[in-house]
Write a protein that binds this ligand. Structure first.
Ligand code: NDP
Ligand code: 2IT
Length: 445
């Protein structure tokens, strides 16, 4: 009872057809074995069996009408995974690939990530398989209003605080917030990623990317190196990717790729601030495809491919889950890549992680490396509670400090448990212990 093997069997049996959830649970459970062996109280209290079971799964119908008057129905979800250390917290994803499995993996990861941030936040995730691509603003608004019409009864500023993720940015958070405010008749910090004029925090848009580069700098520092001059591959071209590139540029690194779900561009001269501003306009306002970059600037577009075949020093996967396969990892290693920092959630397949750890390159798992986004959401919640906004510098300093602390905690925990330099072990154990101890303190929850 209470062992890793038993728990994985239960998860497999209880969640058929959920490969991503099983993948995330397996990665965490296998790496926290030393802590389960060292602490009998976790085994006695079957903490593992409890922590892999969501506290609550909400699934609901989202009917909406398109601009031609036709009716549609999508499925909405909110996975409230664990609230032992704070209100549920985590993003909403709108993407055709969304499924129960994907949202459960994301909610599970979020529990440990949020624990690492040092802030009091539980873990959750939600969304829908609704595809915002090709929809008008009015259609997206009607979808968001319908989604929130059901979701509002399950969330609250001290209960569950959603935010953005793939397909959910400032526009969608605005529509969702407006509908919540009408239904609840309250103006509160129930969502994060809000507009600056109505409760949002400075630096929240930048936070995931900036935080990931801060984390990468700490990883490099542990080997007496710096990011300056490093050739970097970035995948994706959304929120996480854009601000990863911005901070890389500010730090003197050379980002040379960017991608979307259709392909990637390689710009050997480097993506500059001007080119980045153009990408932001393309993706955030015109909502176009990244292939247009190659027509505008001197660069090569590779249709249907991912950027991992380009020679680099560092890689920043910033698009989606399982975007670096074992084969990609071999190519990256063969080309001399020495750092992988995950701005996306679970972008590396297990085989890739295995290869990176085996070769002892610097590997920063998402729940540590991309925790800056949710950490700054936590700072937005703090400012909302105080009804007092902080300056850009204050939020950025706090974000930077949090990323330094997460790295230190993961690094030291890894060494403490006999796996020096292994930030998978370090992040998973450090994130787990805080939540597990809270669950022990609170009785059978
Ligand atoms: P965005 O919607 O802003 O951007 C997503 C980007 O990834 C787009 O370029 C998109 O391409 C690409 N993409 C999405 N799905 C796929 C796919 N199946 N295959 C290939 N490319 C894909 O989302 P974010 O930047 O916010 O999210 C990116 C990653 O970062 C996700 O893993 C997310 O969970 C993670 N993350 C985000 C945080 C945040 O605060 N936003 C915080 C922490 C992690 P296209 O334009 O073609 O759709
Ligand atoms: O994966 C993530 O951490 C996010 N999408 C951000 C969640 C949040 O609540 O800010």
């Amino acid at each position: 009872m209470g062992t890793i093997h038993d728990t994985l069997d239960i998860v497999r049996h209880r969640n058929p057809g959920e490969p991503e959830f099983l993948q995330a649970v397996t990665e965490v459970l296998e790496s926290i074995e030393p802590v389960i062996e060292r602490h009998k109280q976790y085994r006695d209290a079957i903490i593992l069996e409890r922590i892999v079971e969501p506290e609550r799964v909400i699934m609901f119908r989202v009917p909406w009408q398109d601009d031609r008057g036709q009716y549609h129905v999508n499925r909405g979800y909110r996975i409230q995974m664990n609230s032992a250390i704070g209100p549920y917290k985590g993003g909403l994803r709108l993407h055709p690939t969304v499924s129960l499995s994907i949202l459960k993996f994301l909610a599970f990861e979020q529990v440990f990530k949020n624990s690492l941030t040092t802030l009091p936040m539980g873990g959750a995730k939600g969304g829908s398989e609704f595809d915002p691509k090709g929809k008008s603003d009015a259609e997206v608004m009607r979808f968001c209003q319908s989604f929130m019409t059901e979701l509002h009864r399950h969330i609250g500023p001290d209960t569950d605080v959603p935010a953005g993720d793939i397909g959910v940015g400032g526009r969608e958070i605005g529509f969702l917030y407006g509908q919540y405010r009408r239904l609840a008749n309250e103006f509160s910090g129930v969502l994060t990623g809000k507009g600056l004029g109505w409760g949002g925090s400075l630096i929240r848009p930048e936070a995931t990317g900036y935080g990931c580069v801060y984390f990468a700098q700490e990883m490099l520092k542990s080997r007496g190196e710096s990011i300056e001059g490093k050739v970097c591959l970035v995948s994706g071209s959304g929120n996480a990717a854009q601000y990863t590139i911005e901070k890389l540029l500010q730090s003197g690194a050379k980002p040379v790729t960017v991608s979307d779900s259709n392909g990637f561009i390689h710009d050997p001269e480097g993506i500059t601030e001007e080119k980045l501003a153009w990408i932001m306009n393309l993706k955030n306002l015109r909502r176009g495809r990244i292939r247009e970059y190659a027509a505008k600037f001197r660069a090569t577009y590779y249709e249907g491919q991912r950027p991992w075949g380009i020679a680099c020093d560092c890689a920043f996967p910033s698009a989606t889950q399982n975007e670096i396969t074992g084969e990609d990892a071999k190519t990256l290693l063969g080309n001399g890549c020495q750092l992988v920092a995950e701005a996306a959630n679970m972008p590396c397949e297990p085989e890739a992680i295995h290869l990176f750890l085996g070769r002892k390159i610097l590997y920063g798992p998402g729940k540590a490396a991309n925790a800056g986004g949710v950490a700054t959401s936590g700072l937005e919640m703090t400012q909302n509670s105080m009804r007092l906004p902080w300056t850009r510098e204050e939020v950025d300093d706090r974000l930077h400090q949090i990323m330094i602390t997460i790295h230190k905690n993961a690094f030291e925990t890894a060494a403490d448990y006999g796996a020096p330099g292994n930030l998978v072990v370090g992040a998973n154990i450090a994130g787990f212990v805080k939540v597990a101890d809270a669950m022990l303190d609170q009785g059978l929850v």
